[in-house]
Design a protein around this ligand. Sequence first.
Ligand code: FDA
Ligand code: NAP
Length: 448
Amino acid sequence: MGTFAREIYDVVGIGFGPSNLSLAIALDEYRSEGPDNRPKPSAMFFERQPSFGWHRNMLLPTTTMQISFMKDLATFRNPVSRFSFVSYLHASDRLTQFVNNQDFFPTRQEFHQYLEWAAAGFADRVRYGTEVTGIRLPATTEAGAAEAYVELEIRSGSATRVVHARNVAISTGLVPRMPQGVQSDERVWHSSEFLDKYSRMNPSELKTVAVVGAGQSAAEITRYFYDELPHAQVYSIIPSYGYCVADDTPFANQIFDPGAVDTYYFGTDRSREAFWHYHRNTNYSVVDDEVIRDLYRRSYDEEVRGLDRLRFLNLTRVDQVKRAGDETRVSLLSSADETPELDVDAIVFATGYDGMEPTALLGDLDRYCLRDEKGRHRVARDYRLVTTPELGCGIYLQGGTEHTHGLTSSLLSNLAIRSGEIAESMIGRRAESAAETPFRRVGAGETG
Ligand code: FDA
Ligand code: NAP
């Protein structure tokens, strides 16, 4: 068969956040752990940010990780990985000091540096500043034939190109959620935009600011505003009576164990429901104990000093936001008393995220993907989308699988194991398919 000069990879990753970075490591390390000397799969990752960045707009000073440093990109899968957090500390000449610090939870700044350090090891396999805009079957597909490749359309500036992949790992991350009808702009921000939008303001003009929500993002931003804007009135609009603590006690924390994925995946509707009923408070609408106490100390200190600069509007939700020029009027729904409207100079909606949703990216390909009775994608235990036989290519999800695999879907806790499982599945599929490809294979470091 003739050879076509097409750019084709065993694995293409969409997005290069921690999930696909962890997959890049698992693929890279596969050969040394694998049962034989199969060559490493060729892989390429496309990331729309201009350089590596992990929730940069929430890299607030002193904020800490919500998982142990041991739950890094690789350790749970390969404790001797050169991409572990401990390796990073060693390379940074800070291992001794870290241990002296006796803390399981590094700052987000430090973990970001670790992720950047690990990502730098894959510079030949990532294209930054590139966005995947669509996935489709190759135009040449014969009717009824199982197509083992898909085409991905890649946009970089005004240029577009197409690459082919035998396996695709979609890992595009959480989707910021605003209350219905509220639009973000230069004075109305979602927490995911926080530092960027804040940096565009003159702080002295921010005399009244508000933060909406009672989750970790809201509490961290409220504290930041209070500390950074000593002249400002800070409102915290929280739907509960007070912040609720994130349960990270050991028994509850077991729901993030690798084994909990099996319990969830192979469980019954009732057992899955129990996970959410009893353990949603490990992650959603909750705040770390330390941050709660930190904020309360500030609030109490205000009382001692007879000030009222930090105000918590509890049992309150935001209904609407009206904007006119520099003016922003917020309509509130309070179940405690009448606080119908608030005028602010800026308001931050720390109102959470929706899970990853691959439908738009899949486009027409989505019709080959099977859905459950609630209309959600069916996903195999190895995180592969369940498809009709026409689609021979493997499409894997890193995120967007809370309904099938449980609470770790959007988190870092199980990254190392999940990536290992996905890498194993992709490599296994490659071994199964002995058929020769009519395409020229592009080496991992080769630019297409
Ligand atoms: P992530 O969102 O990190 O990365 C997705 C990447 O895909 C992005 O870089 C994006 O630019 C890129 N992308 C999207 N669409 C694209 C396209 N079409 N083409 C190319 N690139 C595209 N969890 C935890 O376990 N412990 C913790 O401490 C925290 N801390 C934390 C802090 C904050 C502020 C938030 C908002 C969330 C957390 N999380 C967390 C949860 C969080 O989901 C998790 O830390 C990771 O970001 C998940 O990594 P992913 O790679 O899956 O997504
Ligand atoms: P979240 O936990 O989903 O919290 C969203 C909050 O917004 C909830 O309190 C919600 O209340 C409230 N809300 C929604 N609509 C509202 C409205 N109209 N009016 C008032 N309140 C409203 O989101 P998050 O805090 O962004 O956390 C998301 C994820 O990121 C979590 O996994 C978290 O752990 C992580 N995170 C980690 C760090 C860190 O590592 N340091 C920092 C920030 C975030 P209801 O529940 O009542 O709807």
